[in-house]
Design a protein around this ligand. Structure first.
Ligand SMILES: Nc1ncnc2c1ncn2[C@@H]1O[C@H](COP(=O)(O)OP(=O)(O)OP(=O)(O)O)[C@@H](O)[C@H]1O
Ligand SMILES: [Mg+2]
Length: 266
């Protein structure tokens, strides 16, 4: 059994101005094992993105958190902004939900990538080589052309790949991907699934993948956590969990996805 790279214990999130009975995240325990892909699935609004915000230390200022998030031996919720900055990007990378908002429309793609690489590589030469390598790792096959274009000149799928390259620019050992296939058609979705899996295999990066896409979770994640209304309702080794579950939330999610697939297959 692989060691845990990240452990969340009793995580709660609430609004500062509300009373203690109205937690949005209501005591989440979750562990990501080294060198694995862990998926977090659940209904919209269940608190998945808030968990990522807590890990990265970017929770909105009107919210507060309780509990513990352990990355290796570090308690992330207790670190200062400066200490967190040493971990963000370099040890834990993130590709946020709503990817287009994360790119500056007026800055060419190559520069967006090199801004991240600048923090980790001092030589300009090695930066541009590394940028090409990263873009190839996320299956953007013509890296020079991608680097010379602006974000609006890329398709949605290409933007998601570019953001993934930026997310792994600091060679983190854990990458958080929030909805990596959102809004993609089936073909693009499959390509993205393949890219994520190959990236994981090639670089050994552990991945926390938040998704509504149960087929993606089933196909590429080793472990899966299911969330509803601020709580983890079940978790386990993904294939076994999906095949034997009697968890109502997971069954609802599977049925909803089946209906969609059957609907579109007609
Ligand atoms: N800054 C905030 N202040 C108050 N409530 C918030 C804030 N940010 C998020 N919420 C609420 O917390 C709940 C959980 O939000 P979150 O974004 O984590 O859901 P999610 O599971 O990621 O949903 P989705 O699958 O749609 O992305 C939602 O009801 C949301 O409206
Ligand atoms: Mg979300």
């Amino acid at each position: 059994m692989n060691k845990n790279i990240l452990e969340i214990r009793g995580l709660k999130v609430a609004e500062k101005r509300r009373d203690n009975n109205s937690f949005i995240v209501k005591g989440v325990d979750l562990a990501i094992r080294e060198n694995t892909i862990c998926s977090l699935v659940g209904k919209s609004g269940s608190g998945k993105s808030l968990i990522t915000a807590c890990i990265m230390g970017i929770l909105a200022s009107n919210l507060y958190s309780e509990g513990e998030i352990l990355y290796r031996d570090k308690k992330l919720l207790e670190l200062s902004e400066e200490q967190l900055n040493r971990i963000r990007g370099k040890h834990i990378g993130i590709v946020m939900q709503n990817c287009s908002c994360s790119l500056n429309p007026l800055v060419k793609n190559g520069r967006q990538l090199s801004i991240v690489l600048k923090e980790h590589l001092s030589k300009k030469d090695s930066r541009s080589k590394q940028a090409e390598k990263l873009l190839r790792n996320v299956k953007l096959d013509n890296p020079r052309s991608v680097m010379n274009r602006y974000p609006h000149e890329l398709s949605g799928g290409m933007k998601q790949r570019l953001l993934t390259a930026i997310g792994i620019g600091g060679a983190p050992e854990l990458l958080i991907m929030d909805e990596p296939t959102k809004g993609m058609d089936v073909i693009l979705r499959n390509q993205m699934a393949d890219m994520i899996y190959q990236l994981h295999k090639k670089t050994n990066v552990s991945i926390l993948m938040i998704t509504h896409d149960l087929e993606l979770a089933y196909n590429i994640s080793h472990d899966c956590y299911v969330m509803n209304q601020g709580r983890i309702t079940t978790h386990g080794e993904t294939k076994k969990l999906f095949e034997t579950t009697n968890d109502c939330t997971l069954i609802d999610l599977i049925n909803a996805q089946k209906m969609m697939t059957e609907f579109f297959a007609v």
